[in-house]
Design a protein around this ligand. Structure first.
Ligand code: DGJ
Length: 731
C-alpha cells in the first residue's frame, strides 16, 4: 500500500509545525522514511522496525535531517557520498528535490527522488530505494546525469548513505586471505573513520569484503538483538566508510572506490552506481543472514532456489594430469556413490606449442589437447550422459599466459601500464586480458561460446580467475582513470551475453577459491567455490563467515583427501563429509584411492544428503555455536521454511580430556511440533546418539538442545567427533 504522508495537512489538524513530505517504504518488518520536499535537500529520516501509521507524527525520527545523499554543502556536515568537479572548476554540488514518486514492483516498491543542482540545472541525480518486502531488504542506488554540454568529473560517487543509530554499535566484517577466507572481525565502533576496501580491480574480496553488519545493541549475538546488514553489490573496486563523530552517531557510506577512478561524465551521459542492499532485523546476525539468503536466492543468484548437484571435481584428484581413461573412471566413481555431475578442472586445453601441463603456459589457447581428451569435450559429455550423469568443465577466460599463441598474436590485449615492464602473476607468466576492449570482450565470450557450440552436452562451467590488476593500464582506453570501471563493465557485458545465450547452464564463480565471493558478480552465477582450502576443520570457520551473507545453496563444499593438500592434516572421512554436507556437497579427490569401506561411507552419505538437500540449500540457517568463540564445538542448523524438517550439524573443534562439550539449544523449530530424530552418516550403520529414532518437541529442543556424548566412538579418536541429525516433524 502506498503510504505517502502529506504532513502539512496532518500538521494543520494536529496543530504542530508543518513538516516536509515523507515517503515511507515498508517491508514486512521494517520501514524506511525519506523526506522529499520540492526545492529542499532530500533527507534521511528513519530506518528500522516497521512504523505504525501514527509514528510518523509522534515518534522521534532523525531530526537533524541528514541528507539522503550527502554532498559537501549539507547543513549537517557528513562525509560526502557525491563529490563533483563542475565544468567551470567548482567542486561543490547542491542537490534539491525536483520530484519524487513511488511505484509498485513485483515483490515490493520503488521510491525515486529526482534532484538537480540549482546552480547547474543540467546536473541531476536520481536516488532510488527499492524494497523487497517479504525478505525485509532495501536496495539503493543512484543515477548521476550530465545533461550539460561539457563533461563533469565525478570524484566520488557512492551508491548509498545510511545513518546508523547512536549508541554502542559494533561492526562485523569479513577479512581473509587465500585459503583462509571470511574470518569474522567484530569490533565496537570507535570515534573516527573505519574504512574497508578492495581495489585490486578484479577479485576484490581477496582480503576484505564489501558486506558488513552493524549490531545496534552492543556485542553482536546470533539470534537476538537489532542488527543491520549491508552489502555493496559490486565486483570491482569498492570502499565502505563508517564515520563516527563526536555525537556518537555513525554514518555509513558505500560505493565504488574512487582511488585512481575519477570518472569523466560526458555530455548526455548517465552514470548508474551499483546497488547497496541492506536489511534490518531484531533477530540478531542470524536474522540478517536469513534475509540476505532469501533475497539472494530470489533476486540475485541465477537459478536461485534450485538445489545444486552433487559433483566430483577433478582438481585435487589429478591436478593437470588429465587423461580420458582416468576421467571416465572418475565419472563412473562419482556415479557409483550417487553423485550427479563430473567436472574436469584445469589442464585439458592449450595449443601444440603451449600445452597446459602446469600453470606456466597455455591460458588463452582454448583447444582441447587431443593427447588428453581424444574424443573432445563432447566426447566426455556423451560419456557422462551414457552413464547417467552430467558433465562440466573449467575455464579461466579473462586471462592468458605469456606462453600462449593468444599473447603472441595480440600482445596489445593485456593490461599493463604504458612504458612499464609487465608484472606477471601465477606461474610467473599469467596476465589479465583487457576487458575494456570490445574485441577482448568478444574473445572472452567466445571462449565459453565455442565450448558450448562444440559440446552442447556441457551443463556446468567453472569460471576461474587467478590474477589481479597490479599494473593498471589499458592499451585500449583513452582515459586511464576509467580502467577499473570499464573492466567491470566489460566483464558484465560478457556475462550478460553468456546468460542470454545459455540461460540454463550452471556456472560456478571461482577466484583461487573465494576471492570473488560477493553480490556484485553472483547474479550471473549459480554458486561459488568457497575456498581452495578443503581442510574440514578450517572449512568450518570459512563456511561460517561466508554464511553471514551467502546461502548454502551457493556455497560449494567438497570432501577432499586426507592428509589434506593445503594443511597436511589427517581427518577421518566422516568428519570431512559432515562438514561438506552443510553446504552444496561435492567431492574433490581421486576416488580410486578410496578403500571399499570409504566408498560405502561416501555412498551412504550421498544418499543421506539427498534427504536433507533441499532443507540445507534452500532452508533457513540458524547458527548456534560459533567456531570463533572457541568453545571446542561449532554447530548450526537449517530449517525448511514450513519448519517440518531440520538438519542439525555439530562438530567438535577441539578435544580436551575432562572438558565437556557445551549443550547446544536449537533454534528455528516450531515449538508446537514434535520431531523424529534420525542420525545421518552413521558409520557402519551404527547410531552414536542415544536420541536416534526418538521423538522430541520443538519447544524442548529449543530450550535444552542435545546432550552430545563427550567422547566419540568412531575411529578410536575423540578429536574428530561430529554429528549430522535430521529432524522430521511427526503428526
Ligand atoms: C584455482 C581454483 O581455486 C582451483 O579450484 C583450481 O580450479 C585451480 N585454480 C586450477 O588452476
Amino acid at each position: 500500500m502506498k503510504r505517502i504522508f502529506t504532513a502539512i495537512a496532518a500538521a494543520v489538524l494536529l496543530g504542530v509545525p508543518a513538516m516536509a513530505q515523507k515517503y515511507v517504504i515498508d517491508t514486512k518488518k521494517t520501514s524506511l522514511v525519506i523526506d522529499a520536499e520540492e526545492g529542499k535537500a532530500p533527507a534521511f529520516r528513519y530506518y528500522g522496525a516497521r512504523l505504525a501509521e501514527g509514528d510518523l507524527v509522534g515518534a522521534q525520527l532523525n531530526t537533524d535531517k541528514r541528507s539522503a545523499y550527502p554532498t559537501r554543502l549539507d547543513s549537517a556536515p557528513t562525509p560526502d557520498a557525491l563529490s563533483v568537479e563542475m565544468p567551470d572548476g567548482n567542486v561543490t554540488v547542491d542537490l534539491r528535490v525536483e520530484s519524487a514518486s513511488i511505484s509498485a514492483l513485483e515483490g515490493g516498491k520503488e521510491l525515486e527522488i529526482c534532484c538537480k543542482d540549482p546552480l547547474y540545472p543540467t546536473f541531476k541525480v536520481r536516488i532510488h530505494y527499492r524494497s523487497c518486502e517479504a525478505e525485509d531488504m532495501i536496495e539503493t542506488w543512484t543515477d548521476i546525469v550530465n545533461e550539460g554540454k561539457k563533461p563533469v568529473v565525478l570524484h566520488r560517487f557512492d551508491s548509498g548513505f545510511l545513518p546508523i543509530d547512536e549508541g554502542d554499535v559494533w561492526l562485523v566484517s569479513l577479512h581473509g586471505s587465500w585459503g583462509n577466507e571470511c574470518k569474522l572481525v567484530t569490533e565496537p565502533l570507535a570515534r573516527g573513520t573505519r574504512e574497508i576496501s578492495g581495489h585490486n580491480g578484479i577479485c576484490n574480496n581477496a582480503i576484505a569484503h564489501s558486506e558488513v553488519m552493524f549490531s545496534l545493541d552492543g556485542e553482536p549475538r546470533e539470534n537476538s538483538g537489532r542488527v543491520i546488514g549491508a552489502a555493496l553489490c559490486y565486483g570491482g573496486n569498492f570502499e565502505l566508510r563508517v564515520v563516527t563523530k563526536n555525537d556518537s552517531a555513525h554514518r555509513f557510506l558505500a560505493g565504488i572506490c574512487p582511488r585512481d577512478s575519477w570518472y569523466t561524465l560526458g555530455k548526455g551521459e548517465t552514470f548508474t552506481t551499483p546497488k547497496l542492499a541492506y536489511s534490518w532485523s531484531d533477530e540478531g546476525m542470524g536474522g540478517v543472514s536469513r534475509n540476505f539468503h532469501r533475497w539472494g536466492r530470489k533476486y540475485m543468484l541465477t537459478h536461485g532456489g534450485e538445489p545444486g548437484d552433487i559433483l566430483l571435481n577433478s582438481w585435487e584428484g589429478v591436478y593437470f594430469d588429465i587423461n580420458e581413461e582416468d576421467m571416465h573412471r572418475m565419472a563412473n566413481d562419482i556415479k557409483a556413490i550417487g553423485g550427479e555431475l563430473f567436472v574436469i578442472d584445469d589442464g585439458w586445453f592449450g595449443s601444440e606449442k603451449y600445452p597446459r601441463n602446469d600453470d606456466k603456459q597455455g591460458l588463452g589457447d582454448w583447444s582441447v589437447l587431443p593427447e588428453k581428451l581424444p574424443h573432445g569435450i563432447q566426447g566426455m559429455a556423451d560419456y557422462c550422459k551414457s552413464i547417467g550423469i552430467k558433465f562440466g568443465i573449467w575455464i579461466e577466460p579473462e586471462m592468458c599466459n605469456i606462453g600462449s599463441e593468444l599473447y603472441e598474436k595480440h600482445p596489445d590485449w593485456v593490461i599493463g601500464a604504458k612504458g612499464r615492464d609487465i608484472v606477471p602473476g601465477r606461474g610467473g607468466s599469467q596476465l589479465v586480458l583487457d576487458l575494456c576492449n570490445p574485441a577482448v570482450q568478444d574473445h572472452v565470450f567466445g571462449v565459453l561460446d565455442n565450448i558450448m557450440k562444440q559440446a552442447p552436452g556441457v551443463s556446468y562451467i567453472k569460471w576461474d580467475c587467478n590474477y589481479l590488476i597490479n599494473s593498471p593500464g589499458s592499451p585500449y582506453l583513452k582515459n586511464q582513470n576509467h580502467l577499473y570501471i570499464e573492466y567491470m563493465r566489460g566483464l558484465t557485458k560478457v556475462l550478460d551475453r553468456v546468460r542470454e545465450a545459455y540461460p540454463d547452464l550452471a556456472i560456478q564463480l571461482c577466484s583461487s577459491g573465494g576471492r570473488r565471493v560477493g553480490w556484485g558478480l553472483l547474479p550471473w552465477f549459480d554458486e561459488f567455490w568457497t575456498s581452495d582450502n578443503t581442510d574440514a576443520l578450517q572449512r568450518i570457520r570459512i563456511q561460517w563467515g561466508t554464511s553471514l551473507f551467502f546461502p548454502a545453496e551457493a556455497m560449494a563444499c567438497h570432501v577432499s583427501a586426507s592428509p589434506n593438500h593445503q594443511t597436511g592434516r589427517l581427518i577421518p572421512l566422516k568428519y570431512r563429509i559432515d562438514v561438506a554436507m552443510s553446504g552444496r556437497l561435492g567431492f574433490e579427490l581421486q576416488p580410486s584411492k578410496l578403500s571399499e569401506k570409504e566408498r560405502e561411507i561416501c555412498k551412504n552419505a550421498v544418499a543421506d544428503y539427498k534427504t536433507i538437500r533441499e532443507t540445507v540449500q534452500c532452508g533457513d540457517l540458524y547458527r548456534l555455536m560459533s567456531p570463533f568463540d572457541k568453545k571446542g564445538v561449532a554447530s548450526l542448523m537449517y530449517c525448511s521454511p514450513d519448519k517440518t524438517q531440520a538438519a542439525f550439524f555439530w562438530w567438535r573443534t577441539e578435544f580436551l580430556r575432562g572438558e565437556h562439550p557445551p549443550r547446544v539449544p536449537l533454534a528455528g523449530l516450531d515449538p508446537d511440533m514434535n520431531y523424529r530424530i534420525t542420525e545421518l552418516n552413521k558409520v557402519e550403520g551404527e547410531p552414536v546418539m542415544a536420541l536416534d529414532g526418538k521423538v522430541v518437541s520443538g519447544r524442548f529442543l529449543m530450550s535444552n538442545g542435545f546432550r552430545i556424548p563427550g567422547k566419540s566412538s568412531y575411529f578410536g579418536s575423540n578429536d574428530w567427533h561430529s554429528h549430522v541429525l535430521r529432524l522430521d516433524a511427526v503428526k
